[in-house]
Design a protein around this ligand. Structure first.
Ligand code: ZN
Length: 494
């Protein structure tokens, strides 16, 4: 009977293949004026996909299989994961599903324009509708669990408000005061040494070099440009990433590229056996983000990484010849409170997430009213990061996630950074990471990651992956201590 499920799963993967390719096209090269025509066809295809996904006969088969004790562990988990999707999908009627899909597509278009013109009032009605629709969806899916708990678990299996409260309290207690201390000692790290104009063609060329260094091969990958950098996995051998270039800032495109390569490498290194199956599709956001953050911060900002790569960068940009390796590495690790999450440094980053977490939590439990959320945003930024948000493009309009109805996603980002600290700690016990980075042997790191983290995808739960990679359950202290050690040293704080 499991064969019926496997054949149906192949059919699903074909629909998803088409929708994913169109989705990538939509976010990169598709024309603005073609949006209405395109969106209507995407809605239709999504409806067709929904019909296949919610096939009643398949549901009955899954229910039967769920009672079958002879299933192996893999099939048992497959049945469990699909039953969850079924139950969630069945919560809405087809009309509601299509209506929601249309709403998110329209909201995304409106958001893109609103972000460009910093016009929150244009986006506000859509954000309100998305929050309200999400509350409705949650209630239909499971009225026994609070809406936000439900969404938090969607993005990170096993997480809920209580667990996140515990994690974010630690961030507030230990990291927030450190951010303030660091901010008082800005003179110690001079980031001006990197000021200059970085020719875009040369940036693209250097990014190509870094992708190759990281083992991100041309034969199975593609890179492009979009408003908001992202990774799309069409299949494990067709991984697409995007970045955004700024002429006066080399670091933005560089580190967003390293970040997305971390995501892409995960997708590429899934085992062949799980390609096209649910195990390749529902890897949790926290686990996924742990890999992008590992690449971006723990490896990409490491001095050993730059011992090999800095001379190559200096060749592209003449004026860097006057900047020493030490000064360069200090610069790329500098910390200063800022407005934009994706440009935030490692230390202030979890506080950006804290702002989003508290707003989402407050909206779902009713303690924060939906009107003028931009003002709530600005006051929380002032409280935790001490910054005055100049306009909504630098505030509530900066991220794409809410425009797609993705609530509960952000907290997993901070969790991903914390998982990464724990995984990096374990990796260093088994590999001479510094030596591998210095000698252009990143493939050894990729091999370790494939074996410990990537191979099984969502066949394992986040908890099981952490135990496999690090021999222990999630322990946030690795993250807290990593941040404290690193930034106290850099900013000479006792
Ligand atoms: Zn990411």
């Amino acid at each position: 009977m499991i064969n019926i499920i496997n054949e149906w799963e192949f059919k699903l993967s074909a629909y998803l293949y088409a929708l994913t390719v169109i989705g990538f096209d939509n976010h990169t090269i598709a024309s603005k004026d073609g949006a209405d025509y395109r969106n209507e066809r995407i809605s239709f295809l999504s409806g067709e996909y929904y019909n296949v996904l919610t096939d009643e006969n398949i549901y009955k088969t899954l229910v039967e299989l769920n009672k079958d004790n002879s299933l192996n562990k893999k099939d048992k988990r497959k049945v469990k994961l699909y039953l969850k999707i079924f139950k969630d999908a069945k919560a809405l009627t087809k009309e509601e599903y299509v209506e929601y899909d249309k709403l998110t597509l329209k909201a995304n278009d409106v958001w893109e324009n609103a972000r460009e013109t910093s016009d929150y009032k244009a986006f506000e009605p859509y954000l309100i509708k998305l929050f309200e629709f999400s509350k409705y969806i949650a209630k239909k899916r499971n009225s026994n669990v609070s809406a936000y708990d439900l969404f938090l678990d969607d993005y990170e299996e096993g997480m809920n408000i209580d667990k996140y409260d515990e994690f974010f309290n630690l961030i507030k207690e230990r990291i927030s005061p450190l951010v303030k201390e660091v901010n008082n000692k800005q003179d110690l790290v001079n980031t001006n040494v990197l000021n200059g104009i970085y020719n875009l063609d040369k940036q693209i060329k250097f990014n190509k070099h870094i992708m190759k260094y990281l083992g991100f091969e041309d034969s199975w990958s593609y890179s492009s440009v979009s408003v908001h950098p992202f990774t799309t996995s069409i299949s494990k051998n067709d991984i697409r990433i995007t970045t955004r270039y700024k002429e006066d800032d080399i670091l933005y495109s560089l580190f967003s590229t390293i970040h997305e390569v971390g995501h892409g490498m995960f997708e590429h290194q899934l085992s062949d056996e799980i390609e096209g199956t649910i195990f390749s599709r529902v890897v949790t956001s926290g686990i996924h983000e742990s890999q992008s953050r590992l690449f971006e911060n723990y490896l990409g900002r490491n001095i050993s990484f730059w011992k090999y790569n800095y001379p190559i960068l200096q060749k592209e940009f003449d004026f860097l010849k006057n900047v020493t390796l030490d000064d360069f590495v200090r610069s790329i690790n500098a910390s200063k409170p800022s407005f934009i999450r994706t440009e935030a440094d490692e230390l202030t980053y979890p506080l950006h997430i804290l702002v989003r977490y508290e707003i989402e939590k407050g909206v779902f439990d009713g303690s924060i009213p939906l009107d003028n959320l931009n003002e709530v945003w600005n006051s929380k930024m002032k409280e935790y990061l001490g910054v005055d948000v100049p306009n909504d493009s630098y505030g509530i309009l900066q991220d794409v996630h809410w425009s797609g109805g993705s609530f509960g996603y952000f907290p997993a980002y901070a969790l991903g950074s914390a998982y990464a600290a724990q995984i990096f700690n374990a990796m260093e016990k088994e590999l001479d990471v510094d030596n591998l980075l210095e000698t252009n042997n990143f493939n050894e790191i990729n091999k370790w990651l494939k074996d410990k983290v990537h191979n099984d995808g969502a066949l394992l739960t986040p908890k099981e992956i952490l135990i496999k990679a690090t021999n222990e359950e999630f322990n946030p202290m690795y993250y807290i201590e990593y941040l404290e050690d690193k930034y106290k040293k850099l900013y000479e704080i006792k």
